[in-house]
Write a protein that binds this ligand. Structure first.
Ligand code: KG4
Ligand code: ZN
Length: 349
């Protein structure tokens, strides 16, 4: 029996998810892997803004303050108590060690108190499963993804192509050799004097710009499934320097639009090529950068593959996705021991 068939034959389960890998403290409850009963995200973004990025020590202490209130709220929103939960799923890695530990220890404490099994989830796996999630009030749930599935994961820390042949089964085809796509957005935003986090700031600036104003490089790295965004970032930097030297006002919108177009082109071209090469049936786009409108449109407008993209609300870090991935692990018989450690550099595959 395949993992897919196994999932179909299993009983319903309610999972409490906990996420604290970076700068969001999040908890959520999901039923049957897909139906979101609640989702609470306490963002620290305003705290980190003044550093222009996430300050690890500030992040972990903020998680300590927020975690129990966030979990309590997630249970309340779902109108259940801990006793109504079948298992607790928690992000085990990758992420900031000090931040991961806070979620892990909270999850262990609750699992111990309520006699529940605990499941460590890879944060990247969580992002992928965000495409399975729908809100409880949705009348017609979106069709679930089918395997073999080509998953493009684009976040602040990772950019990689994975082939999924079944539930929780991944083959990593390639990844970024330098900056992650989200990191490139954040760094270019800083170059353009835009605020942190850079992704949304670039997207808004790009709306008023011309995507063909600058012909930025598109590193396709033919013959591999890897990506590279540092050359693109350097190309933007050179233009910015030139404008500064010439004391000319920076065409921020045109630069943002041209940079964004280069990123979107590369991501779409490589994903389509990989889907074709590995005979994938469908495509999945996930991770914080999948919130980008231009990227969503480019993937949606291609005609070759059905594409699954998470709802905007679950593109960036959240706990619904961790609960969803945790559900599929749980019903397939995975559980972790109480002495499991966090894995700050845990690869998905
Ligand atoms: O998945 P995520 O919330 O955290 C990580 O796991 O890294 O991704 C955060 C990244 C940031 O780099 C942020 O700039 C980017 O996602 N991002 C976007 C957009 N919204 C968030 N990038 C481009 N366009 C957006 N609308
Ligand atoms: Zn993430």
């Amino acid at each position: 029996m395949s993992e897919m068939e196994a999932v179909r034959t299993l009983a319903p389960a309610r999972i409490l998810g906990i996420e604290s890998s970076c700068d969001e403290t999040a908890a959520a409850v999901i039923e049957n892997g897909r139906m979101q009963l609640s989702s609470v995200v306490a963002s620290q973004v305003d705290l980190h803004k003044k550093y222009g990025g996430v300050f690890p020590e500030v992040a972990s202490r903020q998680h300590v303050q927020a975690i129990y209130a966030v979990v309590e709220q997630a249970l309340q929103q779902a109108h259940i108590s801990l006793g109504d939960v079948d298992a607790i799923a928690v992000t085990r890695g990758p992420g900031l060690a000090g931040s991961l530990v806070v979620g892990m220890n909270a999850a262990k404490g609750m699992a111990l108190a309520a006699g529940l099994p605990i499941i460590g989830v890879n944060h990247l796996e969580g992002h992928i499963y965000s495409a399975w999630v729908y809100r409880a009030e949705t009348l017609t749930p979106p069709i679930e993804p089918h395997f073999p599935l080509l998953a493009l994961l684009v976040s602040g820390g990772h950019t990689e192509l994975n082939l999924m042949t079944d539930h929780i089964t991944y083959k990593r085809l390639g990844a970024t050799l330098d900056d992650a796509a989200g990191e490139a957005f954040d760094k270019v935003a800083r170059l353009l004097g835009l605020s942190y986090p850079g992704g949304p700031a670039i997207q808004y600036a790009a709306e008023k710009g011309n995507p063909t104003a600058f012909n930025f490089p598109r590193a396709k790295l033919d013959g591999t499934w890897n990506f590279s965004f540092s050359g693109l970032k350097t190309a933007v930097m050179r233009v910015v320097r030139k404008y500064e030297e010439d004391k000319l006002p920076l065409p921020v919108s045109d630069l943002a639009a041209s940079f964004q177009a280069a990123v979107v082109d590369v991501l779409l071209a490589k994903t389509l090529k990989a889907a074709h090469t590995f005979k994938a049936q469908e495509i999945l786009l996930a991770g914080g950068v999948s919130a980008n409108t231009a990227l969503r449109e480019a993937f949606t407008n291609q005609k070759d593959y059905k594409v699954h993209i998470p709802d905007l609300a679950v593109c960036t870090d959240n706990a619904v996705m961790i609960a969803s991935a945790g559900y599929y692990r749980f019903v397939l018989g995975h559980q972790d021991p109480m002495d499991m450690d966090v894995l700050p550099t845990w690869p998905l595959a």
